[in-house]
Design a protein around this ligand. Structure first.
Ligand code: BV8
Length: 236
């Protein structure tokens, strides 16, 4: 039977072994700061300096030379190169590790830490510096910049393309996500309705584990390359 398109949803767990914290693990980001204080439009309106400082610190962390793509990111880039049908990575992560590993068909549904959005003209531009000092928008020259990140209560990006890809896929794989955040956590149900095979690759069973046909558990740097190897060998 001809190979079918694959959709892969990734979450913070795939970047954990690259040195970036997850959100809901014991040492996760939400253990030390509240979503309501740093990851909502209301928080930004109330205290922009605090929100900018939160993202400036994470951007500096991501730009640390020690933070590099890991074997799980590399395995997904290999899958895209070698699978005989389209492979789309939909990531909830705002890091750039999938790109740096070589993934090309990639949607950052929650935005990107290395991009900024102008509050005046809406232009999105690359950013590697802190936004707290208030650099002006490079497009219009005067607008203040916010992180190009989707906060809680804001519409995720690329939803139409994501929905179409899930409707047409034969395999849906969720990697390193706890299944807490919607609408991403609802993608597996959509894939099941379209009769796709659904697989969870995670450190432990997620909130939505019961929605998957199969699950393989352990660190992403072991479980993801193993799964990709089996898939490409035709045994997957
Ligand atoms: C929206 C960017 C509405 C910022 C983030 C029902 C339907 C629709 C919406 C809702 C709904 N119910 C509630 C909502 C509202 C809300 C929501 O889902 N709230 C939750 C908390 C209940 N959703 C929203 O607000 C979304 N917007 O719905 O808009 C709308 C609709 C129409 C029109 C206008 C508006 C927007 C959500 C996006 C918020 N932004 N991130 C930032 O990064 O700072 S979300 C944030 O959570 C990150 O993106 C993160 O990726 C995401 C999900 O977390 P995970 O990636 O899963 O990370 P987590 O720590 O939870 O889990 C890590 C997993 O990895 C664990 O399972 C762990 O075991 C595993 N792991 C750890 N180590 C490893 C590992 N696995 C493998 N190997 C390892 N080594």
């Amino acid at each position: 039977m001809a190979a079918r398109p694959i959709v892969v949803l990734t979450g913070a767990g795939i970047s954990r072994e690259s040195g970036l914290h997850t959100f809901r693990d014991a040492d996760g980001i939400w253990a030390s700061v509240r979503i309501e204080d740093v990851a909502t439009p209301e928080a930004f309106a109330r205290d922009p300096a605090r929100v900018q400082a939160f993202y400036d610190a994470r951007r500096r962390g991501l730009l640390d030379p020690a933070v590099r793509p890991n074997a799980a990111h590399d395995a997904l880039a290999r899958l895209e190169r070698e699978w005989p049908a389209p492979v789309l990575v939909v990531t909830q992560n705002i890091d750039d590790l999938h790109e740096r590993a070589g993934s090309r068909a990639l949607v950052h549904m929650h935005g990107e830490l290395l991009k900024a959005r102008c509050l005046a003209c809406g232009a999105v531009s690359p950013v590697r510096q802190d936004l707290a000092p208030g650099p002006a928008c490079p497009a219009c020259g005067n607008g203040p910049l916010r992180p190009h990140v989707v906060w809680f209560g804001e519409m995720p990006l690329g939803m139409e393309a994501i929905g179409a890809a899930i409707d047409g896929c034969g395999l849906f794989v969720a990697i390193g996500t706890s299944g807490n955040v919607y609408p991403a956590a609802g993608f597996v149900a959509q894939a099941r309705r379209r009769r796709a095979r659904t697989v969870e690759l995670n450190l432990e069973r997620s909130q939505g584990a019961h929605l998957f046909d199969e699950g393989h558990y352990g660190p992403a740097t072991r479980v993801v390359p193993d799964f990709v190897e089996r898939l490409l060998a035709g045994a997957g």
